[in-house]
Design a protein around this ligand. Structure first.
Ligand SMILES: Cc1cc2nc3c(=O)[nH]c(=O)nc-3n(C[C@H](O)[C@H](O)[C@H](O)COP(=O)(O)O)c2cc1C
Length: 180
C-alpha cells in the first residue's frame, strides 16, 4: 500500500504553549503504529492576520500549499474560552480547497479534554468538506499533564490514540480514492 501523508497541525502559537509537547508525542506515537508519513505543520510558521488582510495573502498561499500535500490531518487542539483558539479560526478562514475531501482526527486538551473546542472544530471542518472521524484523543490538563505543564499522558490514552489512528487511516484511504 502507498504511504499516506499526514499533517499534525499545531493549533496554538503562544509562548510556553503545550501544543508542541502534545504534537511531538503524537508524532512519535503515530510513527510507532504504522509506516505512513507524519509531519508537523505549525501555525506559528504561518503568521497570518485576519482573512482579507492583503499583507497576509502570500503567507496564506504558502499555508494552503503546505496543507495540500497531505492526505489527512491530526489537529492538536487546545480549548480557549470553550472554543477553538482564535488563531486557528483565523487560519481556517484562509483555507481554500486544500484540505477538502480528506479525513481528519482531533487530539484535544483542556480542563474537560478540550471537548467543547473539538465540537466547534468539527462543525468548521464540515463546512470545509473535511471528514472528521469520531474517535478522538482527549487529554486532561489535570490528569495528563504533570505540574509545570509537563505532558505525561495516562496509560489508557495510548490505546485510545491507537484506535483513533486506525480509523483515521481507514477514512484517509477511502477519501484518497475519490480525489483525482
Ligand atoms: C485564552 C485562554 C482561554 C482558555 N480557556 C479555556 C477553556 O475555556 N476551557 C479549558 O478547558 N481550558 C481553557 N484554557 C486552558 C487551556 O486549555 C490550557 O492552558 C492549554 O494548555 C492551552 O493550550 P496551549 O498551551 O497550547 O496554548 C484557556 C487558556 C487560555 C490561554
Amino acid at each position: 500500500m502507498d504511504k499516506l501523508q499526514f499533517a499534525i497541525v499545531l493549533c496554538t502559537t503562544r509562548e510556553n504553549r503545550s501544543s508542541d509537547q502534545v504534537g511531538d508525542w503524537v508524532l512519535d506515537e503515530a510513527r510507532k503504529l504504522n509506516n505512513h508519513n507524519y509531519e508537523i505543520v505549525d501555525l506559528k510558521d504561518y503568521p497570518m492576520s485576519f482573512f482579507g488582510d492583503n499583507d497576509s495573502v502570500e503567507i496564506a498561499k504558502k499555508f494552503n500549499d503546505r496543507l495540500r500535500i497531505f492526505d489527512g490531518y491530526i489537529f492538536v487542539l487546545a480549548e480557549y474560552n470553550h472554543s477553538i483558539p482564535g488563531v486557528l479560526k483565523s487560519a481556517l478562514d484562509w483555507v481554500n480547497d486544500s484540505i477538502a475531501n480528506k479525513a481528519a482526527a482531533i487530539v484535544s486538551y483542556g480542563a474537560v479534554g478540550g471537548a467543547r473546542a473539538a465540537e466547534h472544530l468539527r462543525s468548521i471542518l464540515g463546512q470545509l468538506q473535511v471528514a472528521d472521524i469520531s474517535r478522538q484523543t482527549l487529554f486532561s490538563i489535570f490528569n495528563d499533564f504533570e505540574p509545570q505543564k509537563h505532558f505525561k499522558p495516562q496509560k489508557l490514552q495510548y490505546e485510545l490514540f491507537a484506535e483513533m489512528i486506525e480509523q483515521l487511516e481507514l477514512w484517509t484511504k477511502a477519501f484518497k480514492s475519490i480525489r483525482n
